[in-house]
Design a binder for this molecule. Structure first.
Ligand SMILES: [Zn+2]
Length: 115
């Protein structure tokens, strides 16, 4: 399942590091309130942690409250540093969505071929 990130609305959260990562079903109702402190939050990023950072920066990211995952095998990510579950397993639908995104080529305009 994809990971969604939330941040507090117009204030600092006193119980979480101002950014909450939640694993939710695609199309699930977004959280309106922080699951830790119950105050209002807004969704900021979808699937951010599917873009895996370099390992040496994972600890740095963890200090800032981010969780870094690295791909262990197809559809399986292992936590490198930070809070959160140790292992994330993508569903077949997630993997297909990721593959489709990769397969979509950007449109390139050939300037020699403009009519
Ligand atoms: Zn909170």
């Amino acid at each position: 399942m994809p990971i969604y990130e939330y941040e507090p609305v117009d204030r600092d959260c006193f119980m979480c590091p101002n950014r909450i990562e939640v694993i939710q079903d695609i199309g699930a109702e977004p959280y309106k309130f922080c699951p830790y402190c119950g105050l209002d939050v807004k969704k900021v990023v979808s699937r951010a942690t599917f873009k895996v950072g370099n390992e040496p920066t994972a600890d740095k990211a963890a200090k800032k409250g981010f969780t870094t995952y690295k791909r262990a095998e197809k559809g399986v990510w292992e936590k490198a540093a930070g809070e959160g579950p140790d292992i994330i397993t993508g569903t077949k639908e997630d993997l297909e969505a990721v593959e489709a995104e990769k397969a979509a080529k950007p449109k390139i305009l050939d300037l020699n071929d403009v009519e």
